[in-house]
Design a binder for this molecule. Structure first.
Ligand code: 4AD
Ligand code: MG
Length: 465
């Protein structure tokens, strides 16, 4: 008999038909005569109720059907009398795939802290919270591909192993097959990478942008969507060492068009969540964040405020002058901390902000230099609760200027000669940005720690599972 997905069984009105459902037991309760088993198969946050006649199956047989056990049930779909559900299954026969010892199965009915659930990340997808988060994560990935596909963008796969440091921040994880116990060094004490697998030093990528730009300079509009790695030692609720990033890159787009694309993109994704993830969002908003819908709807319905970094800093300095306390100092030329970004978004403008034209010293070598000689055409999209959700820029298309900036910032030409050649042959204005997938998910789910929106988080001192 073919299996019926619980999401479909719950929507069915074919009362009297025989169905086969399979899933994991959430709870079993009952009385002398009947057992009520709440079964979940992950297709929806809702459980289906299975009703079993105790006498028919026998106490001994039903005993292993405890929280966490996996079973298959053949039974009749009937209209339910119980409140909160329309159908239930009257069990005819059971197959028990696997029990779950009540003394050792960690997910008993009581609520668990998110911290505890992180320690059992192999089982937490079976909770309502993580089921909801993972389903929303899936839907967001779909929304992203649809958004770009509908607009004629091509999905490009950029390499994960790379010999260049796109962001120039030196936060790369090295990839090597050299024998760590017997590292050969040359006369100057440097490691001889010509013996390494690729004949040069390589790392996991921090961004697919540089290769993405190459593709945009041929295909016009592209996006990447892949894993990125950063060995930054930031133990914060917003940083992962391994995260997923979406990076569109568009030939001929200038910074204004780039900002519009960023806004349209985020609004599309959030609208998608509102339209496709209602049950899961209902649950998360009820459990974790009563203002979730308000925030999501606000972002969908309002333009993002566009503002130069210099003006943003003025606002922050005025706030300090008025007695507002920040942990970190703020002055023109310093990088903004998340507390500053959130002040602008949550307290000052009360809407998402796109901050542009940052000092060149605090941004990457590839950004288009403004005529003032001090700032670059960078843009960060700042969001409530999150701070920076997108970082991007118009790119420097002038070869001399780009080469000069790379030299000044110590980016070796030998690592990026191929990137520089796009400026030598048929250069064009172009722009792009990177959206941190997990930061988007933080916003959409209302969760407050980035470790809770990725199945298996990688953070300093943590690579379990
Ligand atoms: O601002 P970032 O470093 O920009 C880039 O990597 C550019 N190459 C993007 C581009 O223009 N194509 O990172 C982009 C976004 C951030 O805004 C943030 O959302 C996310 O990536 N991000 C992280 N997310 C989780 N953990 C981390 N450690 C992150 N670092 C950046
Ligand atoms: Mg950034």
């Amino acid at each position: 008999m073919t299996r019926t997905i619980i999401a479909n069984a719950l929507k069915s009105t074919d009362y009297g038909t025989t169905v086969n459902i399979k899933g994991w037991v959430r709870t079993r309760r009952g009385n002398k005569n009947v057992s009520f088993i709440a079964l979940n198969d992950g297709s929806t946050i809702n459980n289906i109720q299975v009703v079993a006649d105790n006498e028919k199956f026998g106490e001994e047989f039903l005993k292993p059907i405890t929280t966490g056990a996996c079973i298959s049930v053949v039974g009749i779909l009937v209209e339910s009398m119980g409140k909160g559900q329309t159908v239930e299954v009257q069990a005819e026969s059971f197959e028990i795939y696997g029990g779950a010892d009540p003394d050792t199965y960690p997910l008993q009915k009581k609520g668990h802290t998110l911290e505890f659930l992180r320690e059992i990340a192999h089982l937490r997808p079976r909770t309502n919270t993580f089921g909801a988060v993972l389903r929303i994560r899936h839907h967001m990935a779909q929304a992203i591909h649809r958004f770009f596909h509908e607009r004629g963008f091509f999905y490009v796969h950029t390499p994960i192993i790379t010999g260049s440091d796109c962001e120039g921040a030196g936060q790369m994880f090295q990839v090597t097959t050299l024998n760590m116990y017997d590292l050969k060094k040359d006369e100057t004490g440097s490691i001889d990478y010509s013996r390494d697998f690729f004949g040069k030093q390589t790392s996991l990528t921090v961004s697919g942008q540089l290769e993405g730009e190459l593709a945009a300079m041929a295909l016009g509009s592209i996006y990447t969507f892949g894993p990125t790695f950063r060995a930054e030692n930031s133990n914060t609720p917003r940083h992962l060492a391994e995260f997923w990033m979406i990076e569109p890159e568009v030939a001929f787009n200038e910074i204004g068009e780039n900002m519009q694309l960023a806004q349209d993109f985020i609004q599309y994704c959030i609208r998608w969540a509102l339209e496709n993830c209602k049950e899961d969002l209902d649950f998360l908003s009820e459990m974790y964040d009563k203002e979730l819908y308000e925030r999501l709807n606000f972002v969908v319905n309002n333009d993002f405020k566009r503002l130069a970094y210099t003006e943003g800093v003025e606002i922050l300095k005025a706030a300090v002058a008025n007695g507002h306390k920040f942990e970190y100092p703020v002055d023109w030329g310093t990088d903004l901390q998340s507390e500053h970004e959130r002040y602008l978004v949550e307290q000052h403008f009360k809407c998402p902000v796109i901050l542009t034209d940052y000092p060149k010293e605090i941004k990457s070598f590839y950004m288009k230099q403004n005529d003032d000689g001090k700032t670059v055409r960078a843009m960060d999209v700042l969001f409530p609760k999150i701070g920076e959700i997108i970082g991007g820029s118009q790119r420097e298309e002038n070869l001399e200027k780009l080469q000069l900036r790379a030299d000044e910032m110590g980016v070796p030409t030998k690592d990026i000669w191929w990137y520089l050649e796009t400026r030598k042959f048929g250069t064009a204005p172009h722009s792009g940005f990177g959206l941190g997938f997990e930061r988007l998910l933080l916003f959409v789910t209302g969760m407050s720690n980035i470790r809770d929106v990725i199945p298996f988080p990688r953070t300093p001192n943590n690579a379990e599972f």
